[in-house]
Design a protein. Structure first.
Lengths: 243, 186, 216
């Protein structure tokens, strides 16, 4: 942490910047307010921070001002279309009868048979990361190692050390909202859903494509259910996000 | 002239550069101008009869906690799954939210859960007793967490372990569970 | 007169109720600000416009989730920052190389009062000079590393809190403070280098160049 003092004061650069940003602790803010009186170097430093902020803001606003209004109107049209698509219901599209066969032939999916207890479960691990369940009881529910998985799908980029990386940027096309689902709230919706349809004794989850938006996705199959673990909280990740 | 020319950097530069009435008006749009709305274009709303659902999905948000507790009645359908090794670290579970999501072929549907997550599902293909779906999970503040295309048996369950959450004072981890059923007539 | 924030909340509430015109008003209110932020991050007009579009589509999609716990523009700016950071990460154009920050900006903090030369006041060339200054600021910003530029944009333009910035960049608050410190110092040094060698008039130009030679 930078502890460069400003002028003759004991106020560090970082503390002063935090004060300028409105992030100083109450104690620091009080000390700085007192120190400012009669300390021209501190005053000058604060003013400089203000100038740089104003200049940065002004320079980018000037850039924004140069964009023709027509471009923003064009963008609004795109946004409007996307919203329209979200809120309208299109007619179902005829799909070829043999699409499923074509999909199976084109992509060799990784299969995780969810067999009944006693049968060996096929497990493939694409990434292993820190997990609450591991810490809690010392056991790792995720088995490691290669399996008899089929080759990865073309849309999943080759993994390095078993860690998948996104090959293509996430699609920019929005996922339209189903207005009916948004209207379903409260106990009546719950009653309509429960009891849940009985779960099959065994089923197979075939994962054709996975994109964790740049983060690892851990796939776990304990024999009864397939769980995909995504990294949502900062502490899910081992290191600072690279930028 | 000396390079080390003393400059009253603040006041002079601010006055010179940032005076609203002066040079910056060369390229800037004032906030007032920016806020003035353009004439909105009238667009008729599409009126299309809703299509019959090709599959009915249920999206559950389940909180798995290390605090002690009993399995509530509304989660009894998951009892066998939650008793497995996968969830051995957790001592209690609670249902935070459940949303129905009827799907028609190729038409994306979406639900927002109380946990702040948004689940997008698209039914891509149906064969006897199997469904092909695209799942998109988005976290709080719009952060995309997962996009996956998968095939699953009718009424099969897929779960996604997401981030930390607190529900009614209980801390834990959110699991999003998705089950899709084909109509009974199939 | 309603405060801008209260006004936003009214528009948001209307948009949440399906009022497309209200949402369009929100868009028009923030279109250029969002663009300015995105341009600050990405330094490219088309990429920045893409982010404007993506951001508002996302905002509309997540409107039901917005419960007013923060102001609308703070929520919007967080979405924009996340989109820009994702964009930089995906584009492969990122500059990971961090200069040795301490060495790079050594000297910039020696005397803050000497940093930027004053622009001449009250003369016809003022408008041109100010445009040059803003251009120099923009170029200096562009020269920063992605991480430094990101914190500068998030703080100086978006006014995001350290906590929000830490969340977007997935690092600690302490890292943000340190990063911001170095970013500001680097920015000042770059700007100083750009501005202090621009002569005001030919007479000064020749004098300046003589002094520079003497000083080096």
């Amino acid at each position: 942490m930078m502890r460069e003092s400003i002028g003759n004061s004991s106020i560090s650069d970082e503390a002063l910047a935090a004060y300028f940003d409105g992030e100083a602790t109450e104690a620091d803010a009080k000390a700085i307010r007192e120190a400012i009186e009669g300390d021209p170097d501190l005053v000058a430093e604060l003013e400089q921070l203000g100038v740089m902020q104003e200049l940065t803001e002004a320079s980018l606003q000037a850039v924004a001002a140069e964009v023709p209004q027509a471009r923003f109107e064009q963008i609004w049209d795109q946004i409007d279309s996307a919203i329209e698509a979200d809120t309208s219901v299109a007619a179902p599209v005829e799909t070829p009868a043999n699409l499923w066969e074509r999909l199976k032939a084109a992509f060799a999916p990784v299969k995780w048979p969810l067999a009944a207890a006693g049968a060996a479960a096929v497990i493939t691990v694409l990434a292993v990361g820190p997990d609450d369940s591991t810490e809690a009881d010392g056991t790792d529910p995720i088995a490691k190692g290669e399996t008899n998985k089929a080759p990865a799908t073309p849309s999943v980029s080759p993994a390095q050390d078993g860690v998948p990386t996104p090959d293509t940027p996430p699609s920019h096309s929005p996922t339209p909202m189903n207005p009916d689902s948004r209207l379903a709230h409260g106990p009546s919706a719950t009653e309509a859903v429960h009891p849940l349809a009985p779960l099959p004794d065994d089923s197979m989850v075939e994962l054709h494509e996975i994109d964790g938006a740049g983060n690892d996705v851990r796939i776990s199959n304990s024999g009864t259910v397939t769980v995909l673990y995504v990294e949502e909280d900062a502490q899910d990740q081992g290191s600072e996000r690279s930028l | 002239m000396s390079k080390a020319r003393h400059s009253s950097l603040v006041l002079g530069l601010l006055t010179a550069v940032l005076a609203p009435a002066s040079a910056l008006s060369v390229g800037l749009i004032s906030p007032a101008a920016a806020a003035a709305p353009a004439a909105p274009k009238a667009k008729p709303k599409a009126k299309v009869a809703p299509a019959k659902a090709a599959a009915t999905c249920s999206v559950f948000a389940v909180l798995a906690s290390k605090e002690a507790g009993e399995l509530p009645a509304e989660l009894s359908f998951l009892a066998e799954k939650l008793a497995g090794d996968e969830f051995a670290a957790y001592k209690s579970f609670s249902l935070v939210d459940v949303k129905p999501l009827p799907l028609v072929l190729t038409k994306p549907g979406e639900v927002s859960l109380k946990t702040g997550h948004t689940v997008g599902l698209t039914l891509l293909e149906i064969t006897p007793e199997r469904l092909e779906l695209n799942l998109r999970l988005t976290g709080r503040e719009g952060k995309q967490l997962l996009s996956t295309r998968y095939g699953i048996k009718d009424k099969g369950l897929l779960m996604v372990g997401a981030g930390k959450y607190t529900d009614k004072g209980k801390n834990g981890k959110v699991f999003v569970a998705i089950q899709c059923s084909l109509p009974a007539t199939r | 007169m309603a405060s801008p924030d209260a006004d936003d909340q009214e528009l948001v509430a209307a948009a949440q109720g399906g009022d497309r015109r209200a949402f369009q008003t929100l868009y028009q209110r923030y279109e250029r600000k969002v663009y300015a932020v995105a341009y600050g991050f990405l330094r490219n007009q088309e990429d920045a416009l893409d982010v404007v579009q993506e951001a508002f589509i996302k905002v509309h999609r997540y409107l039901p989730n917005f419960e007013g716990q923060s102001s609308f523009y703070t929520w919007l700016y967080r979405i924009v920052a996340n989109l820009c950071i994702d964009h930089i990460r995906r584009s492969g154009r990122k500059r990971d190389v961090e200069f040795d920050d301490k060495i790079r900006h050594d000297g910039a903090g020696e005397s803050s009062a000497k940093l930027i030369q004053i622009a001449a006041l009250g003369n016809p060339a003022e408008a041109v000079r100010n445009k040059e200054i803003l251009k120099a600021v923009r170029e200096s910003l562009s020269q920063l590393s992605d991480k430094h530029r990101s914190v500068i944009v998030m703080r100086e333009l978006q006014g995001l809190s350290y906590a929000d910035m830490a969340k977007s960049m997935e690092c600690s608050k302490g890292t943000i403070m340190s990063r911001l410190f170095h970013a500001r110092r680097n920015m000042q040094k770059l700007l100083k280098e750009r501005l202090e060698y621009e002569p005001r008039d030919p007479a000064e130009a020749s004098t300046d160049s003589v002094n520079q030679e003497a000083a080096s």
